[in-house]
Design a protein around this ligand. Structure first.
Ligand SMILES: [Zn+2]
Length: 315
């Protein structure tokens, strides 16, 4: 039997999966992301952890066809990374470095792109050829797939949806350095920020006044009918729904799929997005389906394994 590894490198943990040739997930485990020494330990620690997996499962390294790796930063087609701030990485050839350390062929991509690729092949996207995938977590990530191909872009930063400019009079800076990015209003952090701003400008009663504010608490309050929380949801929907309409006008997808931690709130998200989306989208794009992701946390490792398989087979 032959195998793939699928790896999803995050700012806190590295998710890893061992897959068979048909992309069945055989084992899944995580290690902590070691960000010491400017992130220089990350790849060697992954290599060590994969060696342990081979030993545990009595698999010879020559039976690993290839490894796919998703990282939180722009990655070009050639495997160059151009800064992953969360990991402390600058610009280098990640594909080459990882291959040297792991001793197997490695194919790399942006983490949101690979999560979208996983969802496209194995989750809510598997019926379609053209999708937009949006991950709503600490930040906003995106992936555009057209005729089965990920839009990587010249510098590896295709579908950086979170940094679309949506507001002119913003004083706070986004993590990217610009002001008024979509992520500042629609990520988990952004939704919390909207709630705090609203609470500070009105005396309206709300269960949020006595809570530690986070996206989960806000969506729970929405489900209970809390009026102020519903206004927070509406603002989230206006920004993201309008951005989704603009994106749909560009790529004309069959579906827009929402993943990431905040998407766990479920279909309630869609109720806030549908109206602003329909109001702003071009008439010929109105049939786009809005869906929640089905693979959730493991989409990144599935997408990484599939990227490895498709790349080695020149698909
Ligand atoms: Zn930004």
């Amino acid at each position: 039997m032959k195998y793939y590894f699928g790896i999803d490198v995050g700012g806190t943990t590295v998710k890893q999966g061992l897959f068979d040739e048909d992309y069945n997930l055989l084992e899944r485990w995580e290690i902590r992301t070691d960000k010491t020494r400017g992130g220089r330990n990350i790849i060697p620690k992954i290599a060590g952890s994969l060696e342990d997996c081979l030993e545990r499962n009595k698999i010879s390294k020559k039976d690993i066809i290839a490894t796919g790796m998703g990282v939180p930063g722009p990655v070009t087609k050639d495997g160059f990374i151009n800064k992953a701030v969360n990991l402390g990485w600058g610009r280098f050839n990640l594909k080459k470095e990882a291959k040297k350390s792991l001793g197997v062929p490695v194919f790399c991509g942006n983490d949101a792109n690979l999560a979208g690729y996983g969802e496209f092949h194995f989750g809510s996207g598997k019926e379609f050829d053209n999708i937009i995938f949006i991950t709503i977590g600490t930040g906003i990530g995106g992936c555009i797939i057209n005729e089965g191909k990920i839009l990587i872009g010249t510098d590896g930063s295709g579908a950086e949806i979170g940094h679309i400019h949506v507001k002119d009079d913003e004083e706070d800076s986004c993590g990217c350095g610009n002001k008024g990015c979509l992520e500042q209003y629609t990520s988990a952090k952004g939704i919390g920020r909207t709630a705090r701003r609203m609470l500070a400008t009105t005396d309206e009663p709300s269960v949020l006044r006595d809570s530690v504010i986070n996206a989960k608490i806000i969506f729970d309050a929405i489900k209970e009918g809390d009026k102020l929380a519903i206004k927070v949801g509406e603002e989230f929907g206006r920004y993201l729904g309008c951005a989704m309409a603009n994106l749909a006008n560009i790529t004309n997808p069959q579906a827009i799929i929402l993943g990431g931690g905040v998407s766990k709130a479920g279909d309630i998200l869609l109720t806030f997005l549908e109206e602003p989306f329909k109001k702003n989208v071009f008439h010929a794009c109105k049939n786009v389906k809005l869906l929640c992701a089905s693979i959730k946390n493991d989409a990144g490792i599935y997408g990484a394994a599939k990227l490895a398989g498709d790349s080695i087979n020149n698909k």
